[in-house]
Design a protein around this ligand. Structure first.
Ligand code: SF4
Length: 244
């Protein structure tokens, strides 16, 4: 679902750009469908992304969007430099959200990004998915052990002490056979306590070899709507023009 979208939800009014990227360098998560939309052709990625970004800049200026989110089915730092550079006028003085695997995040990475993009605030979303390390590593195959959570928390604290405008948000996955409801609840509570925000994401099965979807109980749905900063039920609420 690459393109440009206007959203207005619990996080407020924002523009969302879903860009094209190279295949994720990790590429092992057991539930991940993102490789279906990725490309290995640098020129194809650059041209596609320039078109979306330039349209987004026009729309953001014309309609006064203060919050911009950029997703690319993987990590922001794996985008071509041309794409990152094109994003600078869009990020400048706005709340700018990106997503990344934890292993790409260092204090230098964040500082360089702040210098290059000059956002009012940088929000980095990380897909830890579940607090339980065994489920995260053995079943979801995230390659992000508990030591990574600790390392990111240390970076968050250090950057906060430096007074830099950066927040770290965490995705929590639900509606997937590997994660029982009580583990979803535990994860939301845990990540809420230590990070700046939690976004609950409803799992969707795209490929036969992927784990099964699991019905979401009313009790869990109510808990998530109440406790998470945002619940993404699967994109049906996305209402916009697709630019590809
Ligand atoms: S880190 Fe993200 S993009 Fe990469 S394989 Fe895992 S879910 Fe997919």
């Amino acid at each position: 679902m690459q393109g440009l979208f206007r959203l207005n939800d619990k996080l407020g009014r924002r523009l969302v750009l879903i860009l094209k990227n190279y295949p994720c360098s990790w590429g092992k998560c057991s539930f991940c469908p993102f490789h279906l939309e990725q490309s290995t052709n640098t020129w194809d990625i650059i041209v596609f992304n320039r078109r979306i970004i330039r349209e987004a800049i026009r729309l953001a200026n014309r309609e006064n969007y203060e919050r911009i989110a950029v997703f690319n089915g993987g990590s922001f730092s794996e985008l071509p430099y041309d794409t990152v550079n094109e994003l600078a006028p869009l990020a400048k003085n706005r709340i700018f959200e990106i997503e990344s695997r934890s292993n790409f995040i260092t204090d230098d990475f964040v500082k360089n990004l702040l210098r290059l993009l000059a956002p009012r605030k940088l929000v980095i979303r990380i897909g830890f998915e579940v607090a339980d390390e065994e489920i995260r590593e053995k079943l979801l195959r995230k390659g992000m052990p508990d030591s990574e959570i600790k390392r990111i928390l240390w970076i968050r604290q250090y950057l906060g002490e430096e007074g830099l405008p950066v927040e770290f948000w965490v995705y929590v996955l639900f509606g997937i056979e590997y994660i029982p409801d009580e583990k979803v609840v535990e994860s939301v509570k845990f990540f809420k306590k230590y990070f700046d925000g939690v976004i609950a994401i409803k799992y969707k099965k795209y490929l036969p070899e992927h784990p099964e979807e699991k019905p979401v109980s009313e009790k869990l749905a109510r808990f998530l709507e109440r406790e998470a900063d945002l619940v993404d039920w699967g994109g049906e609420e996305w209402d916009i023009e697709k630019k590809n």
